[in-house]
Design a protein around this ligand. Structure first.
Ligand code: SAH
Length: 400
Protein backbone atom coordinates (compact mmCIF):
# COMPACT_ATOMS: atom_id res chain seq x y z
CA UNK A 1 0.00 0.00 0.00
CA UNK A 2 2.75 2.39 -0.89
CA UNK A 3 1.48 5.49 -2.60
CA UNK A 4 3.77 8.25 -3.78
CA UNK A 5 3.27 11.67 -2.36
CA UNK A 6 3.55 14.93 -4.27
CA UNK A 7 6.36 17.25 -3.18
CA UNK A 8 6.41 20.65 -1.62
CA UNK A 9 9.54 22.78 -2.01
CA UNK A 10 10.83 25.17 0.65
CA UNK A 11 12.53 28.48 -0.12
CA UNK A 12 16.24 28.88 0.34
CA UNK A 13 17.43 28.37 3.94
CA UNK A 14 13.89 27.76 5.19
CA UNK A 15 14.69 24.13 5.97
CA UNK A 16 17.06 25.15 8.77
CA UNK A 17 14.56 25.36 11.62
CA UNK A 18 12.98 22.10 10.55
CA UNK A 19 16.34 20.37 10.35
CA UNK A 20 16.95 21.55 13.91
CA UNK A 21 13.85 19.67 15.00
CA UNK A 22 10.81 21.87 14.65
CA UNK A 23 7.89 20.32 12.80
CA UNK A 24 5.87 23.30 11.62
CA UNK A 25 6.15 24.76 8.14
CA UNK A 26 4.83 28.30 7.75
CA UNK A 27 3.17 29.28 4.48
CA UNK A 28 5.73 32.01 3.73
CA UNK A 29 8.51 29.41 3.81
CA UNK A 30 7.16 27.51 0.83
CA UNK A 31 8.49 28.18 -2.66
CA UNK A 32 5.10 28.73 -4.21
CA UNK A 33 6.54 29.35 -7.67
CA UNK A 34 7.91 25.81 -7.72
CA UNK A 35 5.08 24.23 -5.73
CA UNK A 36 1.96 26.41 -5.43
CA UNK A 37 0.25 25.75 -2.12
CA UNK A 38 -3.08 26.14 -3.87
CA UNK A 39 -2.45 22.93 -5.78
CA UNK A 40 -2.76 20.91 -2.57
CA UNK A 41 -5.87 19.82 -0.74
CA UNK A 42 -6.34 20.53 2.95
CA UNK A 43 -4.89 17.54 4.75
CA UNK A 44 -2.91 16.17 1.82
CA UNK A 45 0.30 14.31 2.67
CA UNK A 46 3.46 15.47 0.88
CA UNK A 47 7.18 14.93 0.67
CA UNK A 48 9.06 18.04 1.85
CA UNK A 49 12.10 19.21 -0.10
CA UNK A 50 14.75 21.77 0.80
CA UNK A 51 15.40 24.44 -1.87
CA UNK A 52 18.08 22.23 -3.42
CA UNK A 53 15.56 19.44 -3.89
CA UNK A 54 16.87 17.25 -1.07
CA UNK A 55 14.05 15.46 0.75
CA UNK A 56 13.87 16.39 4.44
CA UNK A 57 10.72 14.61 5.49
CA UNK A 58 7.04 13.87 5.05
CA UNK A 59 4.37 16.32 6.16
CA UNK A 60 0.69 16.96 5.92
CA UNK A 61 -0.43 20.23 4.42
CA UNK A 62 -3.19 22.74 4.77
CA UNK A 63 -2.88 25.47 2.10
CA UNK A 64 -5.34 27.69 4.00
CA UNK A 65 -3.54 28.08 7.31
CA UNK A 66 -0.51 30.05 8.48
CA UNK A 67 1.07 26.84 9.72
CA UNK A 68 0.62 25.20 6.36
CA UNK A 69 2.46 21.98 7.07
CA UNK A 70 3.43 19.68 9.91
CA UNK A 71 6.27 17.22 9.55
CA UNK A 72 5.20 13.74 10.58
CA UNK A 73 8.47 11.99 9.79
CA UNK A 74 12.07 12.73 8.82
CA UNK A 75 12.08 9.67 6.60
CA UNK A 76 11.15 10.03 2.95
CA UNK A 77 9.78 6.49 3.11
CA UNK A 78 7.27 7.23 5.87
CA UNK A 79 3.63 6.62 4.99
CA UNK A 80 0.85 8.21 6.99
CA UNK A 81 -1.26 5.10 7.52
CA UNK A 82 -2.60 2.75 10.16
CA UNK A 83 0.80 1.23 10.92
CA UNK A 84 2.20 4.72 11.48
CA UNK A 85 -0.61 5.78 13.82
CA UNK A 86 -0.40 2.52 15.75
CA UNK A 87 3.36 2.79 16.28
CA UNK A 88 3.16 6.38 17.49
CA UNK A 89 0.29 5.64 19.90
CA UNK A 90 2.18 2.66 21.29
CA UNK A 91 5.31 4.77 21.73
CA UNK A 92 3.24 7.38 23.57
CA UNK A 93 1.80 4.68 25.80
CA UNK A 94 5.19 3.30 26.84
CA UNK A 95 6.28 6.81 27.84
CA UNK A 96 3.21 7.10 30.10
CA UNK A 97 3.92 3.69 31.60
CA UNK A 98 7.21 5.04 32.94
CA UNK A 99 5.19 7.29 35.24
CA UNK A 100 1.75 5.81 35.79
CA UNK A 101 0.52 2.42 36.98
CA UNK A 102 -3.10 2.99 36.01
CA UNK A 103 -4.39 4.00 32.57
CA UNK A 104 -5.56 7.45 33.57
CA UNK A 105 -3.53 9.98 31.64
CA UNK A 106 -3.12 12.00 28.46
CA UNK A 107 -2.20 9.17 26.12
CA UNK A 108 -1.29 11.40 23.16
CA UNK A 109 -0.06 14.99 23.36
CA UNK A 110 0.07 16.17 19.75
CA UNK A 111 3.39 17.39 18.39
CA UNK A 112 5.28 16.19 21.46
CA UNK A 113 4.25 12.60 20.67
CA UNK A 114 4.83 12.87 16.94
CA UNK A 115 1.11 13.05 16.25
CA UNK A 116 0.49 16.71 15.39
CA UNK A 117 -3.12 17.75 15.68
CA UNK A 118 -4.15 14.87 17.93
CA UNK A 119 -4.79 14.75 21.65
CA UNK A 120 -6.18 11.67 23.39
CA UNK A 121 -7.04 11.57 27.08
CA UNK A 122 -7.55 8.16 28.60
CA UNK A 123 -9.91 7.60 31.51
CA UNK A 124 -9.54 3.85 32.01
CA UNK A 125 -11.58 2.27 29.21
CA UNK A 126 -13.04 5.59 28.07
CA UNK A 127 -11.03 7.55 25.48
CA UNK A 128 -11.64 11.19 24.61
CA UNK A 129 -9.86 12.45 21.48
CA UNK A 130 -9.51 15.93 20.03
CA UNK A 131 -8.41 16.58 16.47
CA UNK A 132 -7.32 20.09 15.53
CA UNK A 133 -5.94 19.83 11.98
CA UNK A 134 -7.25 18.83 8.56
CA UNK A 135 -4.35 16.41 8.11
CA UNK A 136 -5.25 14.52 11.28
CA UNK A 137 -9.00 14.74 10.58
CA UNK A 138 -8.43 12.68 7.43
CA UNK A 139 -7.03 9.93 9.64
CA UNK A 140 -10.01 9.85 11.98
CA UNK A 141 -11.34 6.47 10.88
CA UNK A 142 -7.83 5.04 11.02
CA UNK A 143 -7.41 6.39 14.56
CA UNK A 144 -10.75 4.88 15.57
CA UNK A 145 -9.79 1.46 14.19
CA UNK A 146 -6.37 1.64 15.85
CA UNK A 147 -7.84 2.51 19.25
CA UNK A 148 -10.41 -0.25 18.82
CA UNK A 149 -7.74 -2.84 17.99
CA UNK A 150 -5.26 -1.78 20.66
CA UNK A 151 -7.60 -1.18 23.59
CA UNK A 152 -11.12 -2.52 22.87
CA UNK A 153 -12.43 0.53 24.70
CA UNK A 154 -15.85 0.95 26.25
CA UNK A 155 -16.14 4.37 24.63
CA UNK A 156 -14.23 6.58 22.18
CA UNK A 157 -15.48 10.13 21.81
CA UNK A 158 -14.24 12.80 19.45
CA UNK A 159 -14.60 16.06 21.30
CA UNK A 160 -13.82 18.08 18.19
CA UNK A 161 -15.02 21.40 19.48
CA UNK A 162 -11.92 23.57 19.81
CA UNK A 163 -12.12 26.92 18.06
CA UNK A 164 -8.77 26.40 16.29
CA UNK A 165 -10.58 23.91 14.04
CA UNK A 166 -12.27 26.84 12.31
CA UNK A 167 -8.90 28.06 11.02
CA UNK A 168 -8.35 24.63 9.48
CA UNK A 169 -11.75 24.77 7.79
CA UNK A 170 -13.09 21.98 9.98
CA UNK A 171 -16.56 21.79 11.52
CA UNK A 172 -17.01 21.66 15.28
CA UNK A 173 -18.78 18.57 16.56
CA UNK A 174 -18.83 15.87 19.15
CA UNK A 175 -19.08 12.26 18.01
CA UNK A 176 -19.29 8.99 19.87
CA UNK A 177 -17.20 6.77 17.59
CA UNK A 178 -17.14 3.61 19.73
CA UNK A 179 -19.59 2.44 22.39
CA UNK A 180 -21.99 4.67 24.25
CA UNK A 181 -21.60 8.00 25.92
CA UNK A 182 -21.36 7.50 29.68
CA UNK A 183 -22.98 10.28 31.66
CA UNK A 184 -19.87 10.58 33.80
CA UNK A 185 -16.60 8.74 34.22
CA UNK A 186 -14.99 8.01 37.58
CA UNK A 187 -11.29 8.78 37.90
CA UNK A 188 -8.96 9.00 40.86
CA UNK A 189 -6.12 11.49 41.24
CA UNK A 190 -3.87 11.92 44.26
CA UNK A 191 -6.21 9.85 46.40
CA UNK A 192 -9.27 11.85 45.40
CA UNK A 193 -12.20 10.56 43.33
CA UNK A 194 -13.80 12.64 40.63
CA UNK A 195 -16.82 11.98 38.51
CA UNK A 196 -16.07 13.92 35.37
CA UNK A 197 -18.29 14.82 32.41
CA UNK A 198 -16.64 13.64 29.20
CA UNK A 199 -19.32 15.28 27.12
CA UNK A 200 -20.39 18.91 27.38
CA UNK A 201 -17.67 19.55 29.98
CA UNK A 202 -14.46 21.48 29.38
CA UNK A 203 -11.85 20.34 26.89
CA UNK A 204 -11.70 16.56 27.32
CA UNK A 205 -13.38 16.67 30.76
CA UNK A 206 -10.35 16.75 33.03
CA UNK A 207 -7.07 18.68 33.30
CA UNK A 208 -4.48 15.99 33.96
CA UNK A 209 -1.67 18.49 33.38
CA UNK A 210 -1.70 19.90 36.94
CA UNK A 211 -1.55 16.66 38.86
CA UNK A 212 2.02 17.18 40.12
CA UNK A 213 1.22 20.65 41.43
CA UNK A 214 -1.94 19.40 43.12
CA UNK A 215 0.05 16.65 44.83
CA UNK A 216 2.59 19.16 46.06
CA UNK A 217 -0.26 21.29 47.39
CA UNK A 218 -1.60 18.34 49.41
CA UNK A 219 1.61 18.30 51.43
CA UNK A 220 1.03 21.78 52.82
CA UNK A 221 -2.70 22.13 53.52
CA UNK A 222 -3.44 20.15 56.67
CA UNK A 223 -5.70 22.22 58.91
CA UNK A 224 -5.56 25.13 56.44
CA UNK A 225 -8.30 27.28 54.90
CA UNK A 226 -8.06 27.07 51.12
CA UNK A 227 -9.48 29.23 48.32
CA UNK A 228 -9.48 27.56 44.87
CA UNK A 229 -10.07 30.17 42.16
CA UNK A 230 -11.05 29.05 38.61
CA UNK A 231 -11.74 25.70 40.23
CA UNK A 232 -13.63 23.82 37.49
CA UNK A 233 -14.50 20.53 39.31
CA UNK A 234 -12.21 21.34 42.23
CA UNK A 235 -9.05 19.57 41.09
CA UNK A 236 -6.96 21.63 43.50
CA UNK A 237 -9.55 22.37 46.16
CA UNK A 238 -11.02 18.90 46.64
CA UNK A 239 -7.60 17.28 46.64
CA UNK A 240 -6.67 19.76 49.36
CA UNK A 241 -9.84 18.87 51.31
CA UNK A 242 -9.01 15.17 51.08
CA UNK A 243 -5.47 15.94 52.27
CA UNK A 244 -6.83 17.55 55.44
CA UNK A 245 -7.60 21.19 54.67
CA UNK A 246 -10.07 22.48 57.24
CA UNK A 247 -12.16 24.50 54.80
CA UNK A 248 -12.24 24.90 51.02
CA UNK A 249 -13.99 27.52 48.90
CA UNK A 250 -14.18 26.92 45.14
CA UNK A 251 -14.82 29.84 42.76
CA UNK A 252 -15.83 29.45 39.12
CA UNK A 253 -18.10 31.20 36.63
CA UNK A 254 -19.64 27.92 35.48
CA UNK A 255 -22.56 26.63 37.52
CA UNK A 256 -22.23 23.14 36.08
CA UNK A 257 -18.56 23.05 37.13
CA UNK A 258 -19.58 24.03 40.66
CA UNK A 259 -22.37 21.40 40.72
CA UNK A 260 -19.54 18.99 39.92
CA UNK A 261 -17.55 20.36 42.88
CA UNK A 262 -20.50 19.70 45.22
CA UNK A 263 -21.10 16.19 43.92
CA UNK A 264 -17.43 15.27 44.02
CA UNK A 265 -17.06 16.71 47.52
CA UNK A 266 -19.84 14.36 48.64
CA UNK A 267 -18.22 11.46 46.79
CA UNK A 268 -15.05 11.98 48.85
CA UNK A 269 -16.85 12.55 52.16
CA UNK A 270 -15.65 16.16 52.47
CA UNK A 271 -18.89 17.99 51.63
CA UNK A 272 -19.02 19.57 55.10
CA UNK A 273 -15.74 21.42 54.42
CA UNK A 274 -16.43 22.60 50.87
CA UNK A 275 -18.46 25.57 49.64
CA UNK A 276 -18.74 27.10 46.18
CA UNK A 277 -19.05 30.64 44.89
CA UNK A 278 -20.32 31.25 41.37
CA UNK A 279 -19.25 34.31 39.40
CA UNK A 280 -16.52 36.13 37.57
CA UNK A 281 -13.39 35.52 39.65
CA UNK A 282 -12.32 39.15 39.46
CA UNK A 283 -15.65 40.24 40.98
CA UNK A 284 -15.92 37.39 43.48
CA UNK A 285 -12.45 38.05 44.90
CA UNK A 286 -13.34 41.73 45.35
CA UNK A 287 -16.43 40.70 47.33
CA UNK A 288 -14.42 38.27 49.46
CA UNK A 289 -11.91 41.05 50.17
CA UNK A 290 -14.62 43.54 51.09
CA UNK A 291 -16.10 41.02 53.51
CA UNK A 292 -12.73 40.76 55.24
CA UNK A 293 -12.07 37.10 54.36
CA UNK A 294 -8.57 35.61 54.56
CA UNK A 295 -7.24 32.19 53.57
CA UNK A 296 -4.10 30.29 54.44
CA UNK A 297 -3.74 29.12 50.85
CA UNK A 298 -5.08 30.72 47.66
CA UNK A 299 -4.83 28.94 44.30
CA UNK A 300 -5.12 30.84 41.02
CA UNK A 301 -5.38 28.50 38.02
CA UNK A 302 -7.11 30.52 35.29
CA UNK A 303 -7.82 29.72 31.66
CA UNK A 304 -5.11 30.98 29.29
CA UNK A 305 -5.17 34.79 29.38
CA UNK A 306 -2.60 34.92 26.56
CA UNK A 307 -3.86 32.65 23.82
CA UNK A 308 -1.97 34.42 21.05
CA UNK A 309 1.24 36.41 21.08
CA UNK A 310 -0.58 39.63 20.46
CA UNK A 311 -2.56 39.23 23.70
CA UNK A 312 0.57 39.48 25.84
CA UNK A 313 -0.08 43.03 27.07
CA UNK A 314 -3.69 42.56 28.07
CA UNK A 315 -3.05 39.02 29.30
CA UNK A 316 -0.12 40.09 31.50
CA UNK A 317 -2.32 42.77 32.97
CA UNK A 318 -4.94 40.09 33.72
CA UNK A 319 -2.38 37.92 35.52
CA UNK A 320 -1.18 40.91 37.53
CA UNK A 321 -4.71 41.92 38.53
CA UNK A 322 -5.87 38.45 39.54
CA UNK A 323 -2.68 37.77 41.51
CA UNK A 324 -3.02 41.10 43.25
CA UNK A 325 -6.56 40.25 44.32
CA UNK A 326 -5.37 36.82 45.44
CA UNK A 327 -2.49 38.22 47.50
CA UNK A 328 -4.92 40.47 49.35
CA UNK A 329 -6.80 37.35 50.43
CA UNK A 330 -3.75 35.46 51.70
CA UNK A 331 -3.17 35.46 55.48
CA UNK A 332 0.17 36.87 56.60
CA UNK A 333 2.80 34.19 55.87
CA UNK A 334 0.22 32.18 53.95
CA UNK A 335 0.66 30.58 50.54
CA UNK A 336 -0.19 31.72 47.02
CA UNK A 337 -0.24 29.06 44.31
CA UNK A 338 -0.19 30.88 40.99
CA UNK A 339 -0.46 28.98 37.72
CA UNK A 340 -0.59 29.86 34.05
CA UNK A 341 -1.31 27.59 31.11
CA UNK A 342 -0.44 30.26 28.52
CA UNK A 343 2.60 29.20 26.53
CA UNK A 344 3.14 32.80 25.43
CA UNK A 345 3.26 33.98 29.03
CA UNK A 346 6.81 32.99 29.88
CA UNK A 347 7.89 31.82 33.31
CA UNK A 348 9.82 35.04 33.88
CA UNK A 349 6.94 37.20 32.72
CA UNK A 350 4.51 35.55 35.13
CA UNK A 351 6.98 35.77 37.97
CA UNK A 352 7.40 39.45 37.20
CA UNK A 353 3.65 40.12 37.28
CA UNK A 354 3.30 38.44 40.68
CA UNK A 355 6.25 40.43 41.98
CA UNK A 356 4.71 43.67 40.66
CA UNK A 357 1.44 42.81 42.38
CA UNK A 358 3.20 42.04 45.66
CA UNK A 359 5.21 45.26 45.58
CA UNK A 360 2.12 47.28 44.79
CA UNK A 361 0.55 45.86 47.96
CA UNK A 362 3.78 46.25 49.93
CA UNK A 363 4.22 42.50 50.48
CA UNK A 364 7.16 40.18 50.13
CA UNK A 365 6.70 37.01 48.11
CA UNK A 366 9.16 34.12 48.19
CA UNK A 367 9.03 31.52 45.46
CA UNK A 368 9.71 28.30 47.36
CA UNK A 369 8.62 25.67 44.86
CA UNK A 370 7.41 25.17 41.30
CA UNK A 371 5.52 22.48 39.43
CA UNK A 372 5.73 21.57 35.80
CA UNK A 373 3.17 19.99 33.49
CA UNK A 374 2.82 16.29 34.32
CA UNK A 375 4.83 13.63 32.43
CA UNK A 376 1.84 12.74 30.25
CA UNK A 377 2.33 16.18 28.67
CA UNK A 378 5.90 15.75 27.42
CA UNK A 379 7.82 18.68 26.00
CA UNK A 380 9.42 18.54 22.56
CA UNK A 381 12.61 20.55 23.11
CA UNK A 382 12.56 21.92 19.55
CA UNK A 383 8.93 23.03 19.85
CA UNK A 384 8.69 25.57 22.68
CA UNK A 385 4.91 25.65 22.25
CA UNK A 386 4.65 22.19 23.85
CA UNK A 387 5.78 23.63 27.18
CA UNK A 388 3.01 25.69 28.69
CA UNK A 389 2.26 25.07 32.38
CA UNK A 390 3.90 27.16 35.05
CA UNK A 391 2.93 26.73 38.70
CA UNK A 392 4.52 28.86 41.38
CA UNK A 393 4.30 28.31 45.12
CA UNK A 394 4.91 31.53 47.05
CA UNK A 395 4.91 32.42 50.71
CA UNK A 396 3.32 35.84 51.12
CA UNK A 397 4.61 37.97 54.00
CA UNK A 398 4.51 41.57 55.17
CA UNK A 399 7.12 43.67 53.42
CA UNK A 400 10.58 43.27 54.86
N1 SAH B 1 -8.32 24.78 38.06
C1 SAH B 1 -9.02 23.84 37.22
C2 SAH B 1 -8.92 24.14 35.77
C3 SAH B 1 -9.27 25.54 35.40
S1 SAH B 1 -9.91 25.69 33.81
C4 SAH B 1 -8.52 22.42 37.47
O1 SAH B 1 -7.55 22.26 38.18
O2 SAH B 1 -9.09 21.50 36.90
C5 SAH B 1 -10.52 27.31 33.91
C6 SAH B 1 -11.81 27.44 34.70
O3 SAH B 1 -12.05 28.82 34.85
C7 SAH B 1 -13.03 26.86 34.03
O4 SAH B 1 -13.70 26.02 34.92
C8 SAH B 1 -13.91 28.09 33.67
O5 SAH B 1 -15.29 27.84 33.87
C9 SAH B 1 -13.43 29.09 34.67
N2 SAH B 1 -13.50 30.49 34.28
C10 SAH B 1 -13.19 31.05 33.08
N3 SAH B 1 -13.27 32.39 33.16
C11 SAH B 1 -13.65 32.68 34.43
C12 SAH B 1 -13.88 33.90 35.15
N4 SAH B 1 -13.73 35.08 34.57
N5 SAH B 1 -14.22 33.80 36.43
C13 SAH B 1 -14.35 32.62 37.06
N6 SAH B 1 -14.13 31.44 36.42
C14 SAH B 1 -13.78 31.47 35.14
Amino acid sequence: MSENYKSIRLKKNEERRIKQGHVWIFSNEVDIKETPLKSFEAGEVVTVEASNGKVIGVAYINPNTLICGRIISRSAKARFNQGFIKKRIQAAQTLRELSFDEPYYRLVFGDADGLPGLVIDRFGDVFVAQITTAGMEKMKDVITTTIENLYHPRTLIYSNETSSRKLEGLPMYEEVAIGELPEEVLIEENGTKFNIPVSGGQKTGWFYDHRLGRKRLQEMVKGKRVLDVFSYLGGWGLEAAVAGASEVVCVDSSSSALDGVDRNAALNGVADKVTTYEGNAFDVLKVLISEGNKYDVVIIDPPAFVKRKKDIRSGSEGYRRINELAIRLVETDGILVSASCSHHMSRDALLNQVQLAARHLDRTVQLFDQAHQAPDHPVHPAIPETEYIKTFFFRVSKAW
